[in-house]
Design a binder for this molecule. Structure first.
Ligand SMILES: Nc1ncnc2c1ncn2[C@@H]1O[C@H](COP(=O)(O)OP(=O)(O)OP(=O)(O)O)[C@@H](O)[C@H]1O
Length: 290
């Protein structure tokens, strides 16, 4: 069975406030998707609909061709991980991992224990007594070890420190290579996580902005570095996303493709042409002026 995801014209209102406005996109199997959007863009709202935490009332969502809402056949293949509130839970990590094995059909117990060890999670400690970062690491452990065909992480990793996030990224890429599934990672940590994404989806103020392959997206811009005057002349009236100056050297990020003729021209003028960052593109595409 395949688990393609189809989101068709989905809108969501909270007491008259439009949090999602006519969103449509499709997800293929086996890719890592980065879901990006500024604060309040609607990422969590969208993910709770995908995870069937709430019912779609306007538009439709299909997973594997079926409506997933209250559909046990589909929902056992979808997991949603977020910064859960464990403050009332007295069970320890080991018991929780044992429980997970019972209701998650793809769960790999050995891998879960290996991850818990890498994250230095104390197996015998009640989860409510773990720090916020450790609770996040536990959630991430569940998410990876569940190996669910559609795995959704809603900024689960925010509370984790940088070394722990690095372990998560390493494990995510390695486990995805061995057990491909559809992963959706919503995040603000764009510059830190961009290399993980196969595709990027950007939403802004409840609206769909784009769904694009990561490489294709970043090739839509370039950074031009060299003597300030030369750079300014070369860039002309192209859209500038960002610029930095150090002494007489300037680096300008531009939006817009540079064809071979323009690249050769840059080279002739001694300018360096490099790739653009997803972060700069994201900031530009979701800025008020666009
Ligand atoms: N239960 C709710 N009732 C009313 N408004 C809500 C509710 N949940 C979210 N909203 C509003 O809907 C919009 C989208 O919120 P959502 O949490 O989906 O955004 P987000 O992209 O996940 O934001 P963040 O990155 O800040 O977590 C926001 O304006 C938020 O205030």
């Amino acid at each position: 069975m395949t688990f393609d995801v189809e989101v068709n014209n989905v809108s969501l209102h909270y007491n008259g406030f439009a949090a999602l406005k006519d969103i449509s996109f499709k997800l293929d199997n086996g890719k890592i998707y980065g879901l990006l959007g500024r604060n309040g863009a609607g990422k969590t709202s969208l993910l709770t609909l995908l995870a069937s935490f709430r019912k779609v009332k306007s538009g439709s969502i299909k997973i594997g061709g079926e409506n997933p809402f209250e559909n046990a056949k589909i929902m056992q293949h979808v997991t949603f991980h977020y910064e859960a509130d464990y403050s009332e839970l007295s069970e320890n990590i080991k018991d929780m991992l044992d429980d997970a094995e019972r209701y998650r059909p793809y769960f790999d117990r050995d891998y879960a224990h290996y991850l818990a060890d890498r994250f230095k999670l104390p197996l015998k400690k009640p989860i409510k007594k773990l720090s916020r970062g450790m609770q996040s690491a536990f959630e991430v452990t569940l998410g990876l070890a569940s190996r669910t065909p559609i795995t959704i992480f809603d900024e689960t990793y925010l509370g984790m420190d940088a070394p722990a996030r690095e372990i998560f990224y390493e494990e995510l890429l390695e486990d995805q290579a061995n057990h491909p599934r559809t992963m959706i990672l919503s995040t603000h940590l764009v510059s830190e996580m961009d290399y993980l994404f196969d595709d990027v989806i950007i939403i802004d103020q409840g609206k769909f902005v784009l769904h694009e392959n990561y490489e294709t997206l970043v090739s839509k811009g370039a950074s031009i570095t060299g003597p300030a005057e030369e750079v300014d002349t070369f860039v002309g009236n192209m859209t500038r996303l960002n610029e930095q100056k150090l002494g007489n050297t300037k680096a300008v990020m531009v939006y817009g493709e540079l064809d071979e003729t323009r690249r050769t021209e840059a080279q002739r003028k001694g300018l360096e042409v490099g790739p653009i960052s997803l972060q700069d593109l994201f900031i530009y595409l979701t800025s008020e002026e666009v």
